[in-house]
Design a protein around this ligand. Structure first.
Ligand code: 13P
Length: 244
């Protein structure tokens, strides 16, 4: 159960969040809990969660260890401050910063090189769904961004299905729509990496996940977890998602 804070919260707000959140999820043993704050809060978040059952992730990284790349942050740096996860190719990064499948491959490889678990986002836009292209879009994202990985690299990678039309809109995909997309993606994994890899793959659903819809989504066989935006900003609300 992962929270993506996007561009929200200061270090002081990060401190207040974890102070409230940690005790609320201390007894959660059936899932991995991850929070992905913006870069300036990562250090505080790692310190706040030391010795707890909560892992910290970044929302992006640059491939390469260091160099003249103004404004970017490397996997090496994220590892050095204690991050364990990194979100890759969120739809907002695809939309506003032009991230594409070759970037996904480079970023996943960089994340794994520095011991970070990549959470790779895929998902169709509304016009793509309405024109019947959902599987073509998901298939192309899989083929371009995930299929080029080695089986060893893929085994350490988490997929997040986030239909763009369901992000921040309050329009959650129905459990059936999400289940269909997850089943399709797991089928792609099976085709490329085999049945065992497909069974072991972790595929998260993201898009308006809230305490009152998480149980229905999680009841779907192919939905293994959630990537939560807005509902991860409030400690009580995100704890309710985690503890559903
Ligand atoms: P919301 O939960 O706010 O719809 O955001 C989903 C998301 O983009 C998580 O990465």
């Amino acid at each position: 159960m992962a929270g993506n804070w996007k561009m929200y919260k200061t270090p002081a707000e990060t401190h207040s969040f974890f102070e409230a959140f940690k005790p609320l999820v201390a007894a959660a043993v059936n899932c991995d809990i991850v929070l992905c704050p913006p870069f300036p809060n990562l250090h505080a978040a790692v310190k706040e969660t030391e010795g707890s059952n909560i892992g910290i992730g970044a929302q992006n990284l640059y491939w390469g260890k260091e160099g003249a790349v103004t404004g970017e942050v490397s996997g090496h740096m994220l590892q050095a401050i204690g991050c364990q996860y990194v979100i890759i190719a969120h739809s907002e990064r695809r939309q506003y910063f032009g991230e594409n499948e070759p970037d996904v491959v480079r970023k996943v490889e960089a994340a794994l090189q520095y011991g970070l678990t990549p959470i790779v986002c895929v998902g169709e836009r509304l016009e793509e769904r309405e024109s019947g292209q959902t599987e073509a879009v998901l298939g192309a994202m899989f083929d371009g961004g995930l299929a080029p990985l080695t089986p060893e690299q893929f085994a350490k990678t988490v997929i997040a299905y986030e239909p763009v039309w369901a992000i921040g809109t309050g329009k959650t995909a129905t459990p059936q729509i999400a289940a269909d997309a997850h089943r399709f993606l797991r089928g792609k994994v099976a085709e490329k990496f085999g049945a065992e890899a497909a069974a072991a793959a972790r595929i998260l659903y993201g898009g308006s996940v809230k305490p009152d819809n998480v149980a229905h989504l999680m009841a779907q066989e192919d939905i293994d977890g959630a990537l939560v935006g807005g509902a991860s900003l409030d400690p009580k609300v995100f704890a309710a998602v985690v503890n559903y």
